[in-house]
Structures are given as C-alpha cells and as structure tokens.
Design a protein around this ligand. Structure first.
Ligand SMILES: NC(=O)c1ccc[n+]([C@@H]2O[C@H](COP(=O)([O-])OP(=O)(O)OC[C@H]3O[C@@H](n4cnc5c(N)ncnc54)[C@H](O)[C@@H]3O)[C@@H](O)[C@H]2O)c1
Length: 501
C-alpha cells in the first residue's frame, strides 16, 4: 500500500469537508470530488470555518498545510489519490455503483474506505475491482476534531488494507478502533441509536422535553464518558467489588426493562416536539454559532484529557510527540543548511517557525508577553531535540531547566503574522547552555524580539544539576562553533537597567 500524500474525497458534504479540514491541517493534499459543482464554495467555507478550532488544538509544530483542489470528475480524483475516502449519501445501491466505478480507475494499491454510518463493508465492496483494498472507516462529526474512526473489514478486505488505513488515520491524529466483525451500525452508532430511541419515546409520551433529556446527560454521564466510557465508569460505581457488585445490584432492572428496543412511530406530532424542543435549546443561536461553541469545548476537553494521558487526550499527546519528532527532523535539515550558510558569513542558527494565533493576542491586538516565552521555549525545544534531547532522553532521568531569561521587545507581533525564530548557541560548559533567540517577522525579516537564556542540565530524580553526556555536549558545541565567527548580537549580554544607571 502507498504512503499517503494525497487524499481523494468522494462527496464533500458535512463529512467530506470534515475529512478535508483534518487532512489539510496535518499536511496532506486533498483532491475533493463531488457531482454537485456548488459544493466547491461550500467546501472552502467549511474548511476555513474548521481552521480556528483546529489551530487551537495543539501548540506542537505542524507540517506545511496540504493543498486543496476540487473536481466534479470522480475519475480524475481517482487517478491522483493515494487513499480514497467515500462520503456520499447513505444509500447502498448508490455507494455500490460509485465505489465500483472509482475502483476501476484507482490503482490496486490505493486503499478505498467508506464513511458509512451503518452499511456493511461486505455489501459495499461487492462490485469493486480489487475489493481487498476496501474497508469501512467510520468517523464522527466534526471529523476534524473527534479522533475516533471505526475500521471495519468486509469478507474480502485484506489485513494489509486495514493496517495501511490504521497507519494513515493515526498519522492525521485519529484513534482507529478496529471493529472485530461487521454488524449494521458498527459499534458506536448502535449505542447512540439505543439512547436516541429512548429519547424519542420519552419525548413522544411527554415524560420529558429534548432540553431536559440533554441536561440529564450534559450535567452527569456526559462529563465522565469522555474520560472512561460506560463500562469502566460502572465498574467504579460498584464500590470495592466493582462490576460484579454493579451487575448484582442493577442487573435485575435490565430484565424489566426500563428502556424500549423498538423505535416509536415518527408521527408529525413527535417530529414537531423534537424540532420545537431543540429550537428552544438553540435559543436563537445559528448552527454556525453553535458549531463554534461545540468546537471550542471539544478542544478544551481534549487538552484537559491530555494532561491525564487518557482517552482522546492520549491520542492528542501521541500526535504531538510525532509532530515534535517530525519537526526535529525538518529542523535538523535546516540546521545543517544554516551551519553551511553561517560558514559563508550569513545569519544562521536553528530555525523555528510559527504563526501568531488569535488567542495569543491581548486587548491591543499584539502578542501577549507570556507568548514570547512560549515561542522561545518552543524554539529551545526544537534546538535541543535536534541535539538529541527527546522524550526518550527525558524518560532516562535528565532534562534541561531554564534558569535565566532576558527578553527585549523591538516591534509588535500581530495576529496571524508568520514568525521565525533563529536560535544560536552562544556557549556551552559542563552543565550549562547559553542560547540567544532572534524572533522576526518571517515575510519582511523585521526584528520583533530577542531572547537570551541559560539552561541547566539536571538529573531529574536527584533534583540537581548534573554534567551533560559527551554526545549532547558535542552536538551543542558543534552548533556553537558553526556561528562562532559571527558578531555577537547587540542585545546579547545586556543587563536590564535604565540608561546611565
Ligand atoms: N453526518 C454525520 O454526522 C455522519 C457521521 C459519520 C458518517 N456519516 C456518513 O457519511 C456519509 C456522508 O454523510 P454527510 O452527512 O456528509 O452527507 P451530505 O449529504 O452532507 O453530503 C453528501 C455529498 O455527496 C455528494 N454526492 C451525492 N452523490 C454523489 C456522487 N454520485 N458522487 C460524488 N458525490 C456525490 C452530494 O453532492 C453531497 O455533497 C454517509 O454515508 C453518512 O452515513 C455521516
């Protein structure tokens, strides 16, 4: 199977656009195909709308974004794509016909996946050419923020295609959940539908409104589900003997049962109650407005879960580790280039790039003070990673701690402005590194700030300074030597004082 550089999309509605936004953000080119030419404009709008929340998801350095193109010619898409994701309406015959057509154009080593919410992969792959490369990859709305993707193979699907899909989805920050056997609705939609059926019954018989039923989840189970899901949470609810006690206590209720399996008749009255109820909950807010609120909450929740390395937070943490490693590889190349340029007398140093994110600016519209430290910290991380200080190094019990910082501000950094930091090693000894950062506007080359820092090499278990290993010191000394002939920046070594004081 191929390395995925270009994702082909079939259908660019809600789900297709979500895939596009996620893939582009993580550096994958997207060729989007939809039979309705009007979807081109809609797609660009949806991708732009997703960007705000996606940009806040992680501060880890991202690869350059992918390029988006649109076509109404499905075959043209199929000729260019390394991986195809189908997102057309949920109709078996339509999907079978379109998948079969595309499979006759896409080379056999291109994986083809369907976003279907509940159709079976064996049925979908029936008429395809090279059906072994097909699987269901069921995502969740908004695809650009929720990491879950259910992977389901059909009778003809190969283990190789499932593994390749899993690798690709992981690379774009997702959590692939391998479903053991194909069943209608896969795993999650069966659970969601059970809950929804009961909601419809309770609204229908006047037990509760849509808002009250949503409150019953939002203030309670919804909060704990994000961390642990139903089963582990029930294990905790059973006290010391856990799930066994829980089943003894509440098991009999399952037989009564409290809930109903058959959905109620969707009468006009029930539809009206559902619509009026949710409109009252929306309280005049538009879908776009509510989407932004939902997305902000989803970003915040994942960032909290990351601190505890649990659920979707664990996926985010692993994604960040990969992004930092990839960045270090890119910076390594840039550093080698910079050392070459330094030898020619040009300004060198290890380069770190970022853009001023909207939440970084203060009431003046300029980047807040604390963000300068963050950007310099990220630049230091990039330099140290290139010298070998990575997660494995830190788990081995050593790290570098900041002991002194001096920032000078030369010009403002405005929202969304592309910035670049060049970091130079001014000195290294047994336990200390002396760094100098030059922060400038990437496009105009205007100096924005400088940062000068001393870092101390520490034995983290003992909690005290410790000598650096020879390899790390040599790597830092090499960086230092590469620019030793360049003049010292005028801000280097300056003390903070009023003139003449
Ligand atoms: N909406 C959700 O929450 C959700 C979640 C997960 C999975 N899904 C699944 O994703 C798929 C798409 O759902 P959606 O909500 O994005 O639908 P949608 O109606 O928003 O989008 C479907 C798109 O497919 C296009 N289309 C129709 N026929 C086509 C054809 N022959 N070739 C190319 N494009 C064609 C339409 O023009 C439209 O833009 C469905 O299978 C659905 O079950 C939906």
């Amino acid at each position: 199977m191929r390395q995925v550089k270009t994702l082909g999309l079939l259908g660019t509605g809600v789900i297709g656009a979500g895939w596009a936004a996620r893939a582009l953000h993580f550096g994958i080119n997207v060729v989007a195909a939809d039979t309705n030419p009007g979807m081109q404009e809609w797609l660009s709008g949806a991708v732009a709308n997703a960007h705000g929340a996606l940009a806040r998801l992680t501060l880890a350095p991202l690869p350059p974004p992918g390029r988006l193109s649109f076509t109404t010619d499905l075959d043209a898409m199929a000729r260019q794509a390394d991986f195809i994701q189908e997102n057309i309406p949920e109709q078996l015959a339509l999907k079978q016909r379109v998948l079969a057509g595309v499979s006759r154009v896409a080379p056999a080593d291109v994986v083809i996946a369907s976003s279907t919410s509940g159709l079976m992969p064996t049925d979908l792959q029936r008429d395809m050419q090279a059906p072994e490369r097909f699987l269901v990859a069921h995502p969740f709305n908004p695809v650009y923020l929720l990491p879950l993707v259910e992977l389901v193979g059909g009778r003809q699907s190969s283990a190789e295609a499932l593994a390749a899909a899993s690798e690709f989805f992981t690379a774009i920050g997702m959590h692939p959940l391998q479903v053991r056997k194909e069943v209608p609705g896969h795993l999650t939609d069966r659970l969601q539908e059970a809950l929804w059926r009961e909601i419809l019954h309770m609204v229908n018989d006047g037990t509760a409104t849509t808002g009250e039923l949503d409150d019953s989840i939002v203030y309670g189970p919804g909060l704990r589900w994000a961390a642990m899901g139903t089963n582990l949470i029930y294990h905790l609810a059973g006290g010391e003997t856990g799930m066994r006690h829980m089943l003894r206590q509440f098991g009999p209720a399952l037989k009564w049962p409290w809930t109903r399996l058959e959905a109620p008749e969707l009468t006009e009255q029930l539809i009206d109650r559902m619509v009026e109820g949710t409109q009252a909950q929306a309280a005049g807010r538009s879908i776009r407005e509510l989407e932004r609120l939902r997305d902000d909450c989803l970003v915040g929740i994942q960032q909290v879960l990351r601190q505890y390395d649990i659920g979707a937070g664990s996926t985010l943490r692993k994604l960040e580790q990969r992004l930092y490693a990839q960045h270090a590889a890119r910076v390594g190349t840039a550093a080698a280039g910079a050392a070459g340029r330094a030898a020619d007398g040009a300004t060198g140093g290890v380069r770190f790039e970022c853009d001023v994110r909207p939440e970084w600016v203060d009431y003046n519209g300029h980047m807040s003070d604390s963000r300068y430290l963050q950007v310099f910290g990220d630049a230091t991380d990039a330099l140290l990673r290139a010298a070998g200080v990575d997660d494995a190094y830190r788990s081995g019990g050593h790290a570098l701690y900041t002991v002194e910082t001096h920032v000078t501000h030369q010009a403002e950094a405005r929202v969304l402005e592309p910035l670049e930091v060049r970091t130079r090693v001014l000195g290294v000894d047994d336990k200390r590194v002396h760094l100098f950062h030059t922060l400038q506007r990437r496009l105009e080359g205007v100096l924005v700030a400088t940062g000068e820092q001393i870092y101390l090499h520490v034995d983290t278990a003992a909690g005290r300074a410790a000598p650096m290993p020879a390899g790390l010191r040599a790597a830092l000394e090499q960086q230092c030597a590469a620019q030793a002939r360049e003049p010292l920046p005028p801000q280097a070594g300056r003390r903070v004082a009023l003139p003449g004081a």
